[in-house]
Structure formats: structure tokens, C-alpha cells
Design a protein around this ligand. Structure first.
Ligand code: MN
Length: 340
């Protein structure tokens, strides 16, 4: 709590000297990223003076049906970073990611002044004016909600529902990597949630292309003991692999799902696990190595390899083999999920 009080002071001091502030989250944002960025924007707006602008933004795609519905139902007004000129901002708050991660739209040389995140702390983050990084937390939304509470702002339904859903998805309803703080905030927010809105978001209408992608994933899913590998080929959106990996982790006796897919000449890897001692981030970093970028938590992680002129099929094969090797399954023959 002391960090939060101090953070709130720092945030207000930072706001004092700026005119246009960008609140940026990572590319292809998930509900935690959206909620946390929205929460920070609301917080800054509560303190802003005349002539100050607070602009929440993300890069990449808002693709997953639930996330689109969240933005629509809760009327979260985000800008796309491609349509903004970064030079017009004299202050940047980076949310649910950090400067050196490479999954957001900030160029390397543009350091954000404020960083609020729950991923493992990176060295470059220390150069921000204020960095509040709490890797033990299950969601950045929890940290932001603590700021809102410390500021004494009233909970309205949009803000409470967004932050609640952010914590809910990042921690699987407090079942995954949640701390006492996540649980406490989840319960506080629950009292203010708009339940109809939440139900609409969680049961968002799914487009036909979702079912087409699902059919393809089912067709080629391969089981190696307790590991499922999905080779999705060309994907029509970058976060499809993560969504499919979440789903396939529910296959009985499955402890790991690794999805590989291509989006805009980039090989995107998503890893999910439910093992007791989860090291998904570690695994994906080792598998991807210097060929690309990778990171994540214990139970969920991701990586990207720019294909340049490399053959996508060959690169997928190589990576699949590397994962199996790291998981001690190099000599196991895969069986198709739908085979007998
Ligand atoms: Mn998060």
C-alpha cells in the first residue's frame, strides 16, 4: 500500500508538468492491458487541469471476440497508436508491459516516464521517472485498482467491470498466479460490477472465422504424451494461437500446449501450461533463443520470430522439435488429436 501512495504522488507530480499524455499498453491487448490502461487514464483525468489531454492507446489488433465486446460494452475509448504522432506527447505511461519487451509500439529510444506492470522487471525499466513493477501480482489491473482506491475515486460500473474482468482473465478467476492483493481487489470490485455487461462480454458473439480457425486447429492438433502442439499455419490474427492454446489446455491429461502460427511474416508462438511448477516463460525463451523475442509468466508465455526470408514451414518444424527436446519428448511420436 505504501508503494501505491507514493506512486500516486509521483503520478500527480508527473502530470503537473505535461500537456499531452499517452497511456500506452502492449500490442494486441488482452483484457488486463485494456482495463489497466483505461484505469490509469481515468485516474489521470481525475487530476488533470484545463488543456491537458490524456490519450489511452494500443498497437496491433483488437481481435478476440471477448476483448472487442469489452471495449464496445464498456465504451472504452482507445486510440490506435498508428494513428497518433508520438512526438506530440510530452509524457508516456506504459501499462502491462515494459520498455525493453518489444511487444509495444514505443521505439527503443523513446523511454516512457511511467511504467506500471506485473511482468518480471527489466533493467531498462529502472530509467523511468516512476516504475511500479510488481511481478508477484496476478494482474496489472489489481495495481491500477489500488491506485484508484488510494486516490479515493468512486467506483463506477464501467471502471469496476473493466478492472474486475482484467483480474478475472489474467488470473482465471483467482485460480492462476493470484496473490492476496488480487483476491482482495477482486472482491472489492465485484460489488460494483455490472453483471449484465460482464455476461455479455464473456459470451461475446463469435464470428464464423473463429469456427473455421477452430476446425483447422482441431484437424492438425498433435499429442505428444502430455503436450499438445498446434501448427496453425497462416493465421488471420496474431492472438489466435493464444486463444486456441487456452482452449486446448482443457484437453484431459494435457499439461502443455504450444501453438505455432504465422502472422504477417512473423512466427508467433504461444505456450500455456497447468503444471504444478510452471515455467512457460523460461521454456519459450530457451526455445526461441536468439532467433526472436520471447517472454511471459510461469503459466502463459509467447514468442515471436521474424521470418525475413526464412521458410515458415522449416522454421515451425525446427521450433516444434526444439520444444519437444526441451520437454524431454524428442523421441516421442505424435498422435493426431482426432485420430484413433
Ligand atoms: Mn497482465
Amino acid at each position: 500500500m505504501r508503494t501505491t501512495t507514493k506512486g500516486l504522488e509521483r503520478l500527480r507530480a508527473f502530470l503537473q508538468e505535461r500537456r499531452r499524455i499517452l497511456v500506452l499498453t502492449h500490442n494486441d491487448p488482452d483484457p488486463d492491458a485494456l482495463a489497466a490502461a483505461y484505469g490509469v487514464s481515468r485516474l489521470l483525468r481525475a487530476y488533470r487541469r484545463r488543456g491537458q489531454h490524456i490519450v489511452p492507446a494500443f498497437g496491433g489488433l483488437l481481435a478476440r471476440a471477448e476483448n472487442r465486446e469489452m471495449v464496445r460494452v464498456l465504451r472504452l475509448r482507445f486510440r490506435h497508436v498508428d494513428r497518433l504522432d508520438l512526438d506530440e506527447f510530452d509524457g508516456i505511461v506504459l501499462v502491462d508491459t515494459q520498455p525493453g519487451v518489444g511487444n509495444h509500439a514505443l521505439p527503443e529510444e523513446r523511454l516512457p516516464e511511467v511504467v506500471i506492470d506485473h511482468h518480471p522487471r527489466l533493467r531498462s525499466t529502472g530509467r523511468a521517472l516512476w516504475a511500479d513493477v510488481r511481478p508477484s501480482y496476478g494482474a496489472t489491473s489489481t495495481i491500477v485498482a489500488e491506485y484508484v482506491a488510494a486516490a479515493g475515486l468512486p467506483w463506477d460500473e464501467r471502471l469496476a467491470t473493466a478492472l474486475f474482468y482484467g483480474i478475472r482473465t489474467d488470473t482465471l478467476g483467482l485460480a492462476r498466479g493470484a496473490t492476496e492483493q488480487d483476491a482482495a481487489m477482486y472482491l472489492t470490485l465485484h460489488a460494483h460490477v455490472n453483471r449484465q455487461a460482464l455476461a455479455r462480454i464473456e459470451r461475446a458473439p463469435l464470428p464464423r472465422r473463429y469456427f473455421r480457425a477452430l476446425a483447422k486447429a482441431l484437424e492438425q492438433a498433435t499429442i505428444y504424451h502430455n503436450v499438445v502442439i498446434l501448427d496453425l499455419g497462416e493465421m488471420d490474427r496474431p492472438d489466435l494461437g493464444a486463444e486456441m492454446a487456452d482452449l486446448f489446455l482443457r484437453l484431459e491429461r494435457t499439461e502443455w500446449v504450444i501453438s505455432l502460427g504465422i502472422y504477417e511474416a512473423t512466427l508467433i508462438v504461444s505456450v500455456r501450461t497447468n503444471t504444478a511448477d510452471p515455467k512457460a516463460g523460461h521454456l519459450v525463451r530457451r526455445a526461441v533463443g536468439r532467433r526472436g523475442r520471447a517472454g511471459g509468466h510461469g503459466t502463459m508465455a509467447a514468442g515471436r520470430i521474424l521470418l525475413d526470408h526464412r521458410d515458415p514451414d522449416e522454421e515451425c518444424r525446427r521450433l516444434r522439435h526444439r520444444f519437444l527436446e526441451l520437454l524431454g519428448l524428442a523421441n516421442v511420436r505424435g498422435r493426431p488429436l482426432l485420430g484413433r
